[in-house]
Design a protein around this ligand. Structure first.
Ligand SMILES: *[C@@H]1O[C@H](CO)[C@@H](O)[C@H](O)[C@H]1NC(C)=O
Ligand SMILES: *[C@@H]1O[C@H](CO)[C@@H](O)[C@H](O)[C@H]1NC(C)=O
Ligand SMILES: *[C@@H]1O[C@H](CO)[C@@H](O)[C@H](O)[C@H]1NC(C)=O
Ligand SMILES: *[C@@H]1O[C@H](CO)[C@@H](O)[C@H](O)[C@H]1NC(C)=O
Ligand SMILES: *[C@@H]1O[C@H](CO)[C@@H](O)[C@H](O)[C@H]1NC(C)=O
Length: 696
């Protein structure tokens, strides 16, 4: 009896539990279903397709269609981006609408969700991104998607919505922009022409190549670290498959001395194989073959944007883009002429002549720049998504926008740039940067001296005096070189090493305004030495650091000894890139220390270059004395000198600590660089290239 009771009790509880749990479970399911599904009233009829283009606002600009007031204040400097839920869509009749979602689109969404721009609160969002994959127009049913978009809860005619698309248009028209009814929505698209691209509104993105994408950064890194300083086996490679027959014929007719590789698909279906166009049996592996080519051809086919563009950049092969009216990726911010060549379709027959005219130095420069763009902005769906939002962020908050230099100047550690055995052609010339406060007399003498130096291109005077204005233009010496005066906001030594856009040459000659004892020959000679060692500081006045066993400190030494480890930047050549590093990448507190002490900027600079290059400085010419001999003796020099030497020694010890080193990074050497025939008794003076090189 008891057991029967217990059995009933158990049965009863089970039934209760079943009802209770199924009730909750049902409700749970229901609320979840409501959250993540949308009933879409799909209208598909013949008229719709003709309507589809009309309902897209083609005249939109950032100012007419974008609502910046949704973007809040600029306090946190970041726009907020909302991503719609991954809804299930149902048609009115209850059937589910199946939408295709690619792995790449998932990665893009994932990157956005993990970016600083992301918000899960749609009402505070500046931009809204539907979680609907439109990357490849081939997979998009235009009318269906248009209906789906219109049913999104915050759609509002597409205002402040962003749609990503890489392959626009379909056979046979191949429209160059995402071909769906999309109201005011912005498009980040991969094949815009100048006709379909709404300037300041749409964003041009690259076409990502899923086949060749590198799985990891390490893999990519290895690809980018290939030797970069030498010319490669091929001048130009054309490896795109299914090029239009007309292009193929033109290319096959191009005259070449064996340095043009024309490839096409092989007979089998294997994306990684390419065959010689004329001798189909010779096989190459794609994209690896691009590693052996200086330039690589990217020609329009049905669509303007080609995924081979990224393959070329990834392999350090400079793209030659032949696609009239194509809007290059992120061209709103990237200065593509630094990294690729664009050629009119009509100029294709003479393509090799164009390329042969580009010198080795330029080729290397473009290659390095292209790799920089690739790594920083293009290498993955994640980078592409983030770059798109950086650009939008800059539009919304122009006061915080990245400058053109920040987008385009190479910010990879200079080590990578300079481990290459680079030399710079002498014809590029140099820019003299003179820091001055109020010594106008000697400043003018220095300017007149500089004007006599052949390779000088421009003089930039950094006027560091906020109290006194620079002399009027009429008072300056008349010289036949460019002269630019920059007034600074604060009298700080760091202004000497600021990356002024006016410095256009790679070579910088840094000069004090009282260095008027050098000769034009000496400066020209130093410049030519620098061209062979563009990673070094090449200068006239040398100094040394020593270990003082008594004080157990490093000591600054200006005595004339047989060793040197620094050159003073009061008269020295170096690469302009170091201005970037000095201004943005010194160890914490170092620049501030220099500015507060009003001293040691040159020691800091020597430290910085030594840390980067692990190489010594180069002293040129025998000259030892630099201050003008006729200048008056300011009596208490020796006392001042002691204080000065003490301060300089303190800087060496301080900077060593700031770099977390146990000893200064400076390298001590015992040699200098002089002109070949310097003090050669056999040769009369008039035969010397550099006659006027001072003795001491
Ligand atoms: C979403 O943002 C709006 C507008 O800023 C704000 O009023 C609201 O409280 C936010 N909601 C949540 C859940 O944070
Ligand atoms: C395609 O060709 C590459 C290079 O020859 C080869 O490594 C790869 O295994 C081939 N793939 C297939 C599916 O045959
Ligand atoms: C400069 O002054 C110091 C100290 O008064 C003196 O020892 C030195 O000889 C002077 N030098 C010249 C070049 O007059
Ligand atoms: C030099 O400096 C010392 C100590 O600072 C001072 O006693 C002396 O009067 C100064 N001499 C001159 C000529 O200014
Ligand atoms: C020195 O070490 C500190 C503490 O580990 C670190 O924060 C700093 O970035 C380092 N500085 C340099 C230049 O490596």
């Amino acid at each position: 009896m008891v057991t029967t009771n217990i059995l009933y009790l158990i049965l009863f509880s089970v039934v209760i539990i079943y009802f209770v749990s199924s009730y909750f479970f049902k409700n749970y399911l229901k609320s979840n279903a409501e959250e993540s599904s949308l009933i879409v009233h799909v209208v598909v009829n013949e008229d719709e397709s003709t309507k589809s283009k009309e309902d897209t606002d083609k005249s939109c600009t950032f100012h007419t269609c974008f609502d910046v007031y949704r973007c809040g204040t600029s306090d946190n400097r970041l726009i907020k981006v909302y991503i719609y839920k991954d809804y299930k869509y149902y048609a009115k009749d209850g059937s589910q609408i199946k939408l295709f979602t690619s792995k790449q689109f998932k990665r893009l969404i994932h990157a956005l969700e993990n970016s600083p721009y992301y918000t899960n609160n749609a009402s505070e969002a500046c931009l809204l991104v539907p979680q609907i994959d439109l990357l490849n127009q081939e997979y998009v049913d235009s009318n269906l998607i248009a209906s789906v978009l219109e049913h999104l809860p915050f759609w509002n005619k597409g205002a402040n919505h962003l749609l990503f698309n890489m392959l626009p248009g379909k056979y046979p028209d191949f429209f160059t922009s995402l071909e769906i009814r999309r109201g005011m929505a912005l498009v980040a698209g991969g094949g815009f022409s100048t006709w379909s691209y709404r300037k300041t509104y749409d964003i041009s993105i690259p076409v990502f190549n899923f086949h060749t994408a590198r799985a990891t950064d390490d893999e990519l890194h290895n690809d980018l670290l290939m030797e970069s300083s030498e010319r490669r086996r091929w001048l130009l490679t054309s490896s795109q498959v299914h090029l239009h027959r007309d292009y193929m014929e033109v290319l096959n007719g191009v005259q070449h001395g064996g340095r043009f590789l024309l490839l096409d698909a092989c007979s089998g279906v294997n994306y990684s194989k390419r065959c010689d166009y004329n001798d189909g049996r010779v096989e190459y592996v794609y994209p690896d073959v691009l590693k052996y080519s200086d330039f690589c051809l990217v020609v329009r086919s049905n669509r303007l944007g080609q995924m081979e563009l990224l393959d070329c950049l990834m392999h350090g092969s400079i793209p030659v883009v032949v696609a009239d009216s194509y809007v290059l990726p992120f061209s709103e911010v990237l200065e593509w002429k630094r990294a690729l060549i664009t050629l009119d379709e009509a100029d294709l027959p003479s393509i090799l002549n164009h390329l042969k005219a580009i010198n080795r130095h330029k080729v290397i420069q473009m290659r390095v720049q292209g790799m920089f763009y690739y790594k920083k902005y293009l290498k993955s769906m994640e980078e592409i998504a983030l770059t798109t939002f950086h650009i939008l962020n800059d539009r919304v908050f122009p006061q915080w926008a990245r400058t053109y230099e920040m987008w385009n100047e190479i910010q990879v550690p200079i080590k990578n740039l300079f481990t290459l055995p680079l030399t710079v052609p002498k014809t590029s010339g140099f820019t003299a940067v003179i820091l001055t406060y109020d010594r106008v007399g000697s400043l003018f003498e220095v300017i007149q001296l500089l004007a006599k130096v052949d390779s000088l291109l421009k003089i930039v005077v950094v006027w560091n005096n906020q109290v006194k204005s620079p002399p009027p233009a009429s008072a300056w010496p008349k010289v036949n070189k460019l002269l630019k005066v920059i007034r600074t906001k604060r009298n700080i030594l760091s202004n000497r090493f600021y990356p002024y856009p006016d410095i256009e040459t790679e070579a910088v000659l840094s000069l004090d305004d009282d260095i008027n004892m050098l000769t034009a020959d000496e400066i020209q000679f130093a410049y030519e030495v620098w061209c062979e060692y563009p990673d070094r500081i090449v200068g006239f006045a040398s100094r040394l650091h020593n270990w003082d066993a008594r004080t157990k400190m490093w000591k600054y030494e200006s005595e004339w000894t047989s060793s040197i480890s620094m050159v003073l930047t009061g008269a020295a050549f170096y690469h302009k890139y170091y201005h970037q590093v000095y201004t943005h990448n010194l160890p914490a507190g170092m620049k501030e220390w220099v500015d507060a002490q009003m001293n040691c900027e040159d020691i800091a600079f020597n430290f910085m270059v030594a840390v980067i290059t692990k190489k010594p400085v180069i002293k040129v010419t025998p000259r030892q004395k630099f201050k003008c001999p006729q200048c008056q003796n300011t009596s208490n020099l020796s006392n001042e000198l002691d204080a000065h030497m003490f301060k300089r020694s303190e800087c060496i010890n301080k900077f060593t600590k700031m770099y977390n080193l146990t000893e200064p990074p400076l390298i001590t050497i015992e040699y200098r660089s002089d002109p070949v025939l310097y003090k050669s008794n056999q040769v009369p003076n008039e035969f010397l290239k550099f006659k006027d090189v001072g003795a001491l």
